[in-house]
Ligand binder design. Structure first.
Ligand code: F6P
Length: 545
């Protein structure tokens, strides 16, 4: 569905701009003072997650206008188009069906007239059987020993989801297995990952949608050499020590991996939306098929909520609209995601690909320049570490940085007072950011005149707080789906394609050209700008070429 007018000329946009002039400077102190019930009213539960969005610089009218913006952008039609398998990834001519990866058996979702749900479940069954064999010790390596080490080789979506989910769900993982993740083409990544591993007990999972990615294929070849060196050079060993996750069976087989050990997925699963496809094989190996299915159920609950809830009670829609509100009307450049949960330490890194590869676009679906800023820089660290590092800037710096706090009511491993201290810190940070401390309050504490301005906290720094009872596979699924659909909402409002990533291509192509220039014995022919040419010369010189 094509919106009639360019975004910034639409009625809802203009109304928001006018509204921002009116409310943009309102302080959260005033908003809370005017409405004692605000904290409870502006909250919402879905799929096991609780969202408190009251500490946002927004009034009821703001939310009503943002919802109008979403409606005018045709968000409802776009959601329906995605869930029904339309080829909404128009620049790649593909459907966008990560939601089908968690559809229940019996659901019908068609791509080009073909129901894809049975294939999804067939792959899940095969993954479960493979995991049972490996976890149960029935899968033997080339020398007859069971697998003790699992090394996932992949990059981008073929790494960030698996590593994030492994870390997040470590509590549920099979502790007799060791998991490592190799992504960087820097050989150190591989060398450190395997330095204490025995090849006879090591299984590599080469995860690559395309099976052509430079980093992954280089690491996979290095892994194959390492394995063969360690096991006496018999190439038959590869079949017992390598599995593949890919959409490209021909390349998998050409690499020497038995396609019986290949787990497929489909072109309608984007890399950064693939952690719940076969790309999650390492996750399933770690937590077992049952927990993996529970994670899928969490995704599915959030999918259902996103698909059916009215926009003003729709968690991903509200979070996506708030991101638009801050990015385009307050000119916020970044958004911090701050999990108060050590197991979520890789969640911000995971979200960086999901949000920034999706929303880092400057042309609309029709190829016209966008009329406003698009995706924010997402970043973050787990609490409380960030408090002793960058929170200073969030509290007292000149930039507006909306924050998403994430925490769980109960610790998975209760240890003395730790969890109360952790939660108290999160609650305190959100409170301090919103309400700050005035000059009068600082002075009333007896602070010397000259020091007082340095101790003022302006407050009015917005945040969302997301709470769930415990970090379970199901809550993790719901949390990831929440951000996936928030991204979708933002993409729909901006009328951009959040499912392609052409921006990664130019660097890849130039690297392919520079590789032989670094490796060749003779000096490369001219053809670069003077800076790149001189850096190439220097690199060649430093490596003794
Ligand atoms: O960086 C671009 C990208 O295509 C990502 O979108 C993707 O997740 C990653 O590379 C890895 O791709 P593949 O799974 O095909 O190796």
């Amino acid at each position: 569905m094509k919106p009639a007018l360019p975004l910034t000329r639409r009625e809802s946009w203009r109304a928001l701009a006018a509204h921002h002039k009116k409310v943009g400077k309102l302080h959260l102190r005033e908003l809370f003072a005017q409405d004692p019930g605000r904290g409870e009213r502006m909250s919402l539960e879905a799929a096991g997650l609780f969202l408190d969005y009251s500490k946002n610089r927004a009034t009821d009218e703001t939310f009503a206008l943002l919802v109008r913006l979403a409606e005018e952008a045709g968000l409802r039609g776009r959601i329906d188009a995605m869930f029904s398998g339309e080829k909404i990834n128009s620049t790649e001519g593909r459907a966008v069906l990560h939601a089908a990866l968690r559809a229940p058996q019996g659901a019908v979702i068609k791509v080009d007239g073909q129901d894809v749900v049975p294939e999804v479940h067939a792959v899940l069954e095969r993954m479960a059987a493979f995991c049972a064999a490996v976890r149960g010790g029935g899968w033997k390596g080339h020398t007859g020993r069971p697998v003790k080490n699992i090394v996932n080789i992949g990059i981008g979506g073929s790494d960030l989801g698996p590593v994030m989910a492994y870390e997040a769900l470590r509590h549920y993982s099979e502790r007799s297995l060791r998991f490592r993740f190799v992504s960087n083409v820097d050989g150190i990544d591989f060398a450190e990952a395997v330095h204490d591993l025995d090849p006879a007990e090591t299984l590599f999972i080469v995860s690559s949608k395309t099976f052509t990615t430079l980093e992954t294929m280089t690491n996979a070849e290095t892994a194959r050499d390492w394995l063969l060196r360690g096991l006496g050079g018999d190439r038959a060993a590869v079949a017992r020590h390598f599995a593949a996750v890919s959409t490209n069976a021909a390349k998998v087989s050409a690499f020497g991996i038995d396609t019986a050990n290949m787990f497929g997925f489909w072109d309608w699963v984007g890399g950064r939306y693939s952690m719940d496809s076969a790309i999650g094989l390492s996750t399933m190996l770690a937590i077992g098929p049952e927990n993996f299915r529970a994670m899928l159920a969490g995704f599915r609950r959030m999918d259902e909520h996103f698909r059916t809830a009215p926009f003003d009670r729709n968690m991903p829609v509200l979070m996506g609209l708030l991101a638009v509100w801050y990015g385009d009307f307050f000119e916020a450049q970044t958004l911090a995601v701050l999990p108060y949960e050590q197991y979520l330490k890789r969640f911000p890194a995971y979200l960086q690909q999901l949000t920034m590869e999706s929303l880092g676009k400057s042309v609309t679906l029709a190829g016209k320049p966008v009329a406003c800023d698009t995706g924010a820089v997402y970043w973050g660290e787990p609490g409380t570490n960030g408090q002793h590092s960058f929170y200073q800037l969030i509290h007292q710096g000149t930039r507006l940085i909306p924050c998403d706090f994430i925490a769980f009511g109960r610790a998975l491993t209760p240890l003395g007072r730790h969890h109360d201290l952790l939660l108290a810190n999160m609650l305190a940070q959100a409170e301090a950011l919103a309400f700050g401390k005035t000059l009068a309050e600082v002075k009333a504490e007896g602070t010397p005149e000259g020091l007082a301005p340095h101790r003022v906290f302006a407050g009015n720094r917005p945040s969302n707080t997301i709470l769930a009872e415990r970090l379970t596979p199901e809550t993790l699924g719901a949390l990831v789906a929440l951000y996936e659909h928030s991204v979708f909402t933002q993409g729909a409002v901006w009328d951009i394609n959040p499912f392609d990533q052409w921006g990664v291509e130019l660097g890849k192509a130039l690297a392919a050209r520079i590789i032989p220039e670094l490796e060749s014995a003779s000096a490369p022919a001219p053809g670069h700008d003077s800076s790149t040419a001189s850096l190439i010369r220097r690199c060649r010189h430093m490596k003794g070429a």
